[in-house]
Design a binder for this molecule. Sequence first.
Ligand code: BGC
Length: 268
Amino acid sequence: MAEKKLSGQTALVTGANSGIGEGVAISLGEAGANVVVNYVVNPDAANAVVDRIKAAGGNAVAIQADVSKEDQVISMFQQAVQQFGTIDILVNNAGLQRDAKFHEMTLAQWQLVIDINLTGQFLCAREAVREFLRRGMVADRSVALGKIICMSSVHELIPWGGHANYATSKGGIKMLMQSLAQEYGGQKIRVNSICPGAIKTPINKSAWDTPEAYNSLMTLIPYNRIGVPEDIGKLAVFLASDDSDYITGASIFIDGGMTVFEGFSTGG
Ligand code: BGC
C-alpha cells in the first residue's frame, strides 16, 4: 500500500475508465486523493474503477464528459467542485488513435484526434487553472497552488509514420504544457508531462497480443518488457505530490529506454 502522500487532495483524471487513466486513478486513490473518474462511454467500467478505489479505502466518483466539448468540461468541473470542494490535481489523460497512411487520412480522423488529445487538454487545463486561482493556496495540503499532469507520449519526440495526427497532437501537448508552466509558475502551479512508451493497454493491443508482434515491439525497447499502467500510476503520484515540488515544465519519459533508439546499438 502506497504512502498517503495526497491525503485531502482531489484529483480529476480524464479517460480514467480504461488503460493508463485507470491505472493512474487507482494509484492516486491509493495515495489518499479523492478521485474524479472521468469517462465518455462505458459507465460500467468507470463505476468499476470507482468501486476499486473505494474498496481500497479511498473516495471516488465517476463523471461523464467528452473532453473536447467546452460545455461538458465546464459542467464536469462544476460537479467535481460541488462533490469535493475543489480540484488540486488534473491528469489530462484522455486520448485516442485513428491511424492511417497520411495520404489516406480523412479530415475526420485528423480532427477527432486533435479534438480529443489536444483541444481536450486545453479545455480541462483551463478549467483547472481557473479553479486553482479561485481557491487559492491551502498550505497544509500542498506547497503548490495546483498540479497539472499532461499525458503525452514518446511520440512528442519520436516521429510516427502512419500516425501523423497522433504524433502532431503529442507535439502540441509538449508546447501547451511548457507554455502553461512558464505562464503560471509564478503562481505556484506546476505543469508537467508524462511521456509513456509502449504500455500494455487496449490502445496498442495489436503491438503486443501475438508473440510475433510482441517480439517485434521488443526490438524497440532496450529494457525488454512492455510497460504496465501501474508504472505510470507511480510516476503520476510522484508528480502530483510535493516530492516533485521543484519539477515543472518537464517531459518525463517512462518507456523502458525506447527514446534511446536501440537500433543504433548495432548501426549508425
Ligand atoms: C501509443 C502506443 C504506442 C506507444 C509507443 C503510445 O503513445 O499510444 O500505441 O505503442 O506510444 O510507440
